[in-house]
Each structure stands twice: as structure tokens, then as C-alpha cells.
Design a protein around this ligand. Structure first.
Ligand code: SAH
Ligand code: SF4
Length: 406
């Protein structure tokens, strides 16, 4: 494998890495995460006649995404012959779990190992499950690493970048449901949908989803399909650092809820925190938000705002934030900064976060402060970084110490 897995290019005055690694399909691919179109193509490839394919796809869909079966033998509505043929050409393998960690607060993090390029080392990506009283949210990754370099984000420091495939994106939901025994729970819960542990999905793991648009769109199509995994688009939130040209497309082609990583109210500061701002400045970003297809009071945009001590957390910033988003049906999500080894920022003091939040609330916006979850296992926002670029034991200890002094 090339050691220069990524290169840094200067483009429009900001620095962006290019994904240089590609997905290379294994000789015997897994069907897990495949869309209907991909399943149809797979069946055509093994000689299933066209007139049968629609029905076969429907049957496979049910076994894959309602029952979660892990063996072709369990697909009892398919003939023995077809099961054997499928078994010869495909697998039902989930992404390999290289490590599972469970936080003191119940948050779970899976480090998934995905095939690397050619003989190269495997790629690793993280997926986090966050249980709450009324929902269970799965934080899904869209890329190995991230092509962008937000200065407060651990993922942004990772050099290796590759886009995940649509199937790899959807397969994260399948994997989480396996690990949580969620298929069986749902099947035995009768009319109580709350028994389902994975009820919501946020595209807030590693990567910038709008820089891997087609795969994210198709992967989320599998996740939202009402005859399968059935997580409605209202329960899926896509978070972007502000890839303006793809925001309208996300509204029409994906139709999920939208979150914007705003983090600053002036271009001067946002240029530093989110360097993509140099390409798509605040005025353009907010215009794209105002025009987001389907925007209404029932479908608000969430503005995420990471609280960085003495950087963006003054009460004047809070007031400017209100002015900036005026007229946009919105929620504001204040995220306490999650430190990581080597980060140069500090989290705002709680008293300051409270004062900031009060201004936002008094202006009529819901402004939940996102409770940091899973900090002890480095699962919180912006802490994700795969073990390909592993932290030393010392760094982990340092981080844990930080988490415990909150
Ligand atoms: N790339 C996308 C989605 C993944 S990041 C995006 O940037 O929106 C998910 C959220 O975590 C974003 O709002 C991001 O800005 C925030 N985040 C990143 N690093 C963080 C950190 N160290 N502490 C708190 N939030 C962080
Ligand atoms: Fe990438 Fe989002 Fe991290 Fe920025 S905050 S580096 S866009 S993952």
C-alpha cells in the first residue's frame, strides 16, 4: 500500500485531503446492505431469469432487513437450489468487528474492519450506539476518516480517507441490530415499537456525508425502506459541515432531517474552525438552509454549535447566532467540546454554556445541550478516529482522566 494514502491539496484557498483509497470488492461479496437495484443485479449475475427477479428480490429483502438472518439456509421461502447458488457466489457477512467497547453510560462503540485496497491494510471505521430513555440512536459513519480538517475534530486529523459504499453504510445498521439482539426483540414485541433498540440514525460518525453523496443517499434509502429496516426519514438526521451545492440535493434526493455544523457566527472565525467555510461562506450556507426542500416548523434544521471556551462562546456570539438564523425554522444544538489528545481547544465552562443556552432559549429556540455520551470510550462527537491511527495507551488514559473530571 502506498504510504501516501492521502495527499493534501490546496483548493480554493483551503486545505482538503483527497480520498486516494478505493473500495475493492472481495471475490465473494456480501449482500448485506445491498439496495433492491443491487440485489437485482446480483441475481441477474447468477442467472436468475428476469421474470422471477422482482419476487426474489422481495424475498431476499425480507430475510435481510426484517429478519436479519445470517445464513442462506434460513431463507426458507427460497428454493434449496437457489439458496445453494447464492451461497456459492455471495455471503451474508457483516462488517468485521475488530473491537467492541461499552461505556459506563451504556453507549456502545464498534470498531469495524472493512477491506482495504489490494494487499493494503484493512480500513477501520467506527459506529456508535447511544441508548436514551425514549429512543436509541445509531451514529453512522460515511467515510474512513474525513477529507476535511475542522480544527476541533479528531476525525479530521486522520490521514487515511476512503468513501464507504452504500452497502457499508446500511450494513452498520444491520450490524448494530445483530449486536443488540434487536431483530428478535422487535419480532417478539408485538405492537410495541419502542422495543426496537435502534430507532434513530444520525450521519454524525466519521466523514462528511455530502462528500460521499450517492453512497449516503443509496445507503439511507435501504435504511429508510418501509418494508425493511424501516427507520423513517424523520428519524434520520444528516449532519454536514456545509457542502452548499449538495444541500438542496440532500433535501430532494435523501429527504432526511438536516443538521448543519455551524460553530461560528462570523466568516473570520468559521474559516478557522471549519476551513470549508472558505469555499462556502456563511451567507451561502444560510441561503441554502433557507431554501432547504421540505423545510417547515415540523421539519426544522438543527444548527450544531460546539462550545469552545473563549473562542465562540460569548453572549454576544449567542445573540449574533439568533440574528444569523432568523426566519429559518430551527433548533440549536449546543455541543460541549469533547477533548482529544493533542487538541488545542477547551470546553466552555458549564456556567457559560447555561448562559448561552438561556439566550437561545429566550429567543424561542429549543436549545438542548447535548450531553456528552461515551466519553470514556472515545465515542463522543468528534472523538472518532479509527485504530489504524491508534491512540497510545497513555493518550487513552489522559483522555479518560479528562472525561472523569467533567
Ligand atoms: N462531518 C459531518 C458529520 C460528522 S461530525 C459534520 O461535520 O457535520 C458530527 C458533529 O460533531 C459535527 O457537528 C461536528 O462539528 C461535531 N464535532 C466534531 N468534533 C467535535 C468535538 N471534538 N467535540 C464536539 N463536537 C464535535
Ligand atoms: Fe470532517 Fe465533520 Fe470532523 Fe469536520 S467535523 S473534520 S467535516 S467529520
Amino acid at each position: 500500500m502506498t504510504s501516501a494514502a492521502t495527499e493534501t491539496v490546496a483548493s480554493a484557498g483551503f486545505f482538503e485531503k483527497k480520498p486516494l483509497e478505493r473500495y475493492v470488492a472481495p471475490a465473494k461479496p456480501s449482500l448485506v446492505g445491498f439496495s433492491r437495484a443491487a440485489l437485482d443485479e446480483a441475481l441477474a449475475g447468477i442467472g436468475v431469469p428476469e421474470r422471477q427477479r422482482r419476487m426474489r428480490v422481495q424475498q431476499l429483502w425480507h430475510w435481510l432487513y426484517v429478519r436479519g438472518v445470517q445464513s442462506f439456509d434460513d431463507m426458507t421461502s427460497l428454493s434449496k437450489e437457489l439458496r445453494a447458488t447464492l451461497d456459492r457466489h455471495f455471503t451474508l457477512a457483516r462488517p468485521e468487528v475488530a473491537a467492541e467497547q461499552i461505556s459506563r453510560d451504556g453507549t456502545r462503540k464498534w470498531l469495524m474492519r472493512l477491506p482495504g485496497e489490494a494487499e493494503g491494510r484493512p480500513h477501520e471505521v467506527e459506529c456508535v450506539y447511544i441508548p436514551e430513555a425514549d429512543r436509541g440512536t445509531l451514529c453512522v459513519s460515511s467515510q474512513v476518516g474525513c477529507t476535511l480538517n475542522c480544527t476541533f475534530c479528531h476525525t479530521g486529523t486522520q490521514r487515511l480517507v476512503r468513501n464507504l459504499t452504500a452497502a457499508e453504510i446500511a450494513a452498520q445498521v444491520v450490524l448494530a441490530r445483530d449486536r443488540l439482539d434487536d431483530w428478535r426483540r422487535e419480532a417478539t414485541s408485538g405492537d410495541e415499537p419502542e422495543k426496537r433498540l435502534v430507532s434513530n440514525v444520525v450521519m454524525m460518525g466519521m466523514g462528511e456525508p455530502l462528500y460521499n453523496f450517492e453512497a449516503v443517499r443509496d445507503g439511507l434509502g435501504v435504511v429508510a425502506d418501509g418494508d425493511g429496516l424501516s427507520i423513517s426519514k424523520r428519524r434520520i438526521t444528516l449532519s454536514t459541515s456545509g457542502v452548499v451545492p449538495n444541500i438542496a440535493r440532500a433535501g430532494t434526493e435523501i429527504g432526511s432531517m438536516l443538521a448543519i455544523s455551524l460553530h461560528a457566527v462570523t466568516d473570520e472565525l468559521r474559516d478557522q474552525l471549519v476551513p470549508l467555510n472558505r469555499k462556502y461562506p456563511l451567507a451561502e450556507l444560510l441561503d441554502a438552509c433557507r431554501n432547504y426542500p421540505g423545510l417547515s416548523n415540523a421539519r426544522r434544521i438543527t444548527f450544531e454549535y460546539v462550545m469552545l471556551k473563549a473562542v465562540n462562546d460569548s453572549l454576544a456570539d449567542a445573540r449574533a447566532l439568533i440574528r444569523l438564523i432568523k426566519g429559518i425554522p430551527a433548533k440549536i444544538n449546543l455541543i460541549p467540546f469533547n477533548p482529544w489528545p493533542g487538541s488545542t481547544y477547551e470546553c466552555s465552562d458549564w456556567s457559560q454554556i447555561e448562559k448561552f443556552s438561556e439566550i437561545v432559549f429566550n429567543a424561542g429556540y429549543a436549545s438542548p445541550v447535548r450531553t456528552p455520551r461515551g466519553r470514556d470510550i472515545l465515542a463522543a462527537c468528534g472523538q472518532l478516529k479509527s485504530a489504524t491511527e491508534k491512540l497510545s495507551a497513555r493518550e487513552r488514559l489522559a483522555l479518560r482522566a479528562m472525561a472523569m473530571t467533567d
